[in-house]
Design a protein around this ligand. Structure first.
Ligand code: PMP
Length: 354
């Protein structure tokens, strides 16, 4: 730290992204990326746009927003796009949290919520998940706080039903509820339609997972017009050109190719089922996941040891070194052949260890 760094960040611990190693070629099952390339339409539109990079991008994301409005079934002024969903999540912390509206979220969830709260000097409460890693809906009913819930949750993969989400939103009409749906396309039901009924609901989504565009950085939020205006006030105070031309074009192409998106989501869900069964047959406990990853443990083998063995054999998964999570590994669902290699490697490791 330099002697110039502002003291307001004294207690800030930045987010630790998953490893992106360059030392050798790994099977990467550690950052919940898609194993499939972006839609050919997305690639083609991005290529066309490359020749126009001398011009600023459209701050209103006009064409992308029009298409998204149609796909999501909302009005154009009920959507905002961002540089990854991380950015619009940060905008939500900036716009809807302060001393009078502290943040509240589960103790085990997406690690960035805590960072955004700290970055913006916002007080926050972490509510412990239940013993079985589920969210107790009762903990979020009638709160006078800004609520952040990842649904499905990460890294557990567990899902709250739309009825449970509505219960939380309906009981908090005087404060904002942000539902982060990064993984909703792998079997969950989106809360976007509820934004018509509740002006205190903001739904956040991303093109990083189900639409294979993690490297393009494209996220969005959907909510009533007034909430989107608030987020735009923040956006136009931070970075009006937050979505670059190639990403905006790729996003449009991705939305135009609904078949490709649905086929890939179905493939991931089928491979998730197969992977879950294979792990269970080898003695693993696997939480029921509605995401593109599984959260699993094998009694008698510490998560860290398994992570290290897998890494030595060229497979990267995610291990969280915190007391409640330390037994577990979060394993991204890759392609069928990647998961075949993963399962065979786990078999070998179990034979070596046991
Ligand atoms: N929310 C959750 C729950 C996530 O796991 C992630 C991915 N790390 C994000 C949001 C952010 O995704 P992105 O910024 O790539 O849209």
């Amino acid at each position: 730290m330099s002697r110039f760094f502002s003291h307001k960040f004294d207690s800030l611990t930045p987010y630790t992204p998953g490893e992106q190693p360059r030392d050798q070629k790994y099977i990467k099952l550690n950052t919940n990326e898609s194993p499939f390339p972006p839609s050919p339409k997305a690639q083609e539109r991005a290529r066309e746009e490359a020749g126009k990079l001398e011009l600023y991008s459209d701050p209103c994301c006009t064409a992308l927003t029009a298409k998204a409005a149609q796909v999501f079934g909302v009005a154009e002024d009920e959507i905002i796009f961002s540089n990854g969903s991380d950015e619009v999540l940060n905008f939500a912390f900036m716009a809807f949290c302060d001393e009078a509206h502290p943040a509240i979220f589960p103790d085990i969830t997406y690690g960035f919520y805590k960072v955004f709260a700290a970055l913006n000097g916002i007080p926050y409460t972490e509510v412990p998940l239940k013993e079985d890693f589920t969210i107790d809906v009762g903990d979020y009913v009638n709160q006078r706080k800004t609520i952040f819930i990842a649904n499905p949750n990460a890294p557990t993969g567990l899902y709250l039903s739309l009825a449970q989400i509505e219960q939380i939103v309906a009981s908090n009409r005087e404060n904002i509820v942000v539902i982060d749906e990064a993984y909703i396309d792998f079997g969950g039901e989106t809360a976007i339609p509820l934004t018509k009924k509740y002006d205190n609901l903001l739904v956040v989504g991303t093109f990083s997972k189900s639409r294979s565009m993690a490297g393009a950085r494209l996220g969005y939020a959907v909510g009533c017009k007034a909430l989107i205006q608030d987020l735009n006030t923040i956006k136009y105070s931070v970075n009006p050109y937050n979505v670059n031309r190639m990403t905006m074009a790729a996003g449009l192409g991705a939305l135009e190719d609904g078949d490709y998106f649905r086929t890939n989501c179905e493939k991931i869900m089928a491979t998730r089922q197969r992977t879950t069964e294979a792990l269970e047959s080898m003695g693993f406990t696997v939480l029921p996941s509605l995401t593109n990853f599984v959260f699993a443990k094998r009694d008698g083998i510490p998560g860290k040891a398994l992570y290290t063995k897998l890494r030595e054999k060229g497979i990267l998964v995610r291990h969280f070194d915190t007391p409640r999570l330390t037994d577990y590994l979060r394993i991204t669902i890759g392609s069928d052949s990647q998961m075949d290699t993963f399962i065979a490697t786990i078999k070998t490791i179990l034979e070596e260890i046991l």
